[in-house]
Design a protein around this ligand. Structure first.
Ligand code: SF4
Ligand code: SF4
Length: 347
């Protein structure tokens, strides 16, 4: 199935409803004006947004709260690993930046030294049927990050909306199998190609970012960030977590829960010492993690250009904005214009 196939609007609903017989199917839903993924309920009308889905897919593969083992203090030490979920699942309508977020999580949880078996099973059971974006929303900047809104990289199958229906194409064996449907008709049509704008948040190299480690700029930047941490939860590539035990009368669960490096408690150690007590030190950590440390660890920066951080920030800031601002400072320093060249060890 190397060509595009066409499906009428009215048939998409029937096609997706038929999939629910064998699969758990996830699709985007609009709730109070915001888009997020949910399990498809055959009674509801299907629709797909032209661009970014407000809530990222991170929770499907790396849940906010994830039981990893159970224990019972009464029967000595018996920590029983939780069985990973195995039911086959399809996500329909994710966009190129969503796939890029999943690819980044793969590097962290599958391709690094410590493989996460729970994450591996969520990935293995999921087929990704992606949708090409037909526009870039106000905060989108995936084109600054080596992507385009119509990229199909990492998808099992892809589809694009056209005037009288959809064009669909299988890209992997799994994707082609899912698309075997009576509702698809062979056509010569292909999705429109567009020239997409780039250059919204251009950022310096990881090495140049590292040279700014001791710069005073972190104090300025922390004045424009509350370090509330909400952007880390919205970000598809922020994957810090805490392991904790939830105990009730001697029985309980060991769970992982999302954490945020922007919170003061994140770096608190036994005895109360905190290595990142000041907002400046936390803003520095996250900015450098996004644009330098992640590159050193995984060979790519951890930003897909989805723009979700600015959507949720109470001050309408985003870490790509902070990265771009730092990049300006780096350029000024190189030209010898910087007033702040002073170094600060106190961030
Ligand atoms: S950038 Fe905005 S959302 Fe993120 S920690 Fe700072 S104030 Fe909160
Ligand atoms: S830093 Fe912001 S724009 Fe980049 S991936 Fe995270 S939420 Fe998206």
């Amino acid at each position: 199935m190397n060509k595009w196939y066409k499906m009428k609007h009215a048939d998409m609903q029937k096609f997706v409803s038929a999939l629910t017989e064998k699969w758990e199917v996830w699709v985007p839903y609009r709730i109070d004006g915001k888009w997020e993924f949910g399990i498809y309920d055959t009674g509801r009308d299907l629709d797909f947004p032209e661009s970014v889905i407000h809530v990222s897919l991170k929770n499907l593969f790396f849940p906010k709260r994830r039981p990893i083992a159970t224990y019972d203090e009464n029967s000595k030490w018996s920590l029983k690993p939780v069985e990973p979920e195995g039911k086959p699942r399809i996500v329909i309508g994710l966009h190129p930046c969503d796939v890029a977020g999943i690819e980044y999580m793969d590097k962290v949880f599958l391709q690094s030294e410590h493989k996460d078996v729970m994450y591996a099973s969520e990935r293995k059971r999921t087929v990704l049927i992606g949708m090409l974006c037909s526009e870039m929303a106000d905060n989108c900047h995936c084109t600054d990050r080596g992507l385009t809104p119509d990229a199909t990289r990492g998808m099992d199958a892809a589809f694009a909306r056209i005037t009288d229906g959809y064009l669909l194409k299988g890209l992997t064996d799994k994707g082609k199998q899912v698309l075997r449907s009576e509702y698809l008709k062979k056509v010569d049509e292909v999705p429109d190609k567009k020239d997409w704008p780039a250059g919204r948040y251009v950022i310096a190299s990881p090495e140049e970012f590292m040279e700014m480690y001791d710069d005073k700029i972190w104090h300025e930047m922390s004045d424009i960030c509350l370090t509330c941490g909400i952007c880390t939860y919205a970000c598809p590539t922020c994957v810090c977590f805490l392991v904790t035990d939830e105990n009730f009368k001697g029985k309980g669960e060991r769970v992982t829960v999302w954490d945020s490096c922007q919170l003061q408690s994140y770096s608190r150690m036994a005895g109360g010492h905190n290595t990142r007590k000041t907002p400046a030190s936390r803003v520095r950590n996250r900015t450098l993690d996004k644009f330098a440390y992640s590159h050193l660890r995984y060979g790519q920066i951890s930003c897909t250009g989805c723009g979700r951080c600015v959507m949720v920030c109470p001050l309408k800031r985003s870490f790509p904005q902070l990265g771009a601002r730092l990049t300006e400072r780096i350029k000024d320093k190189k030209k010898g214009k910087s007033k702040s060249g002073a170094r600060s060890k106190e961030a």
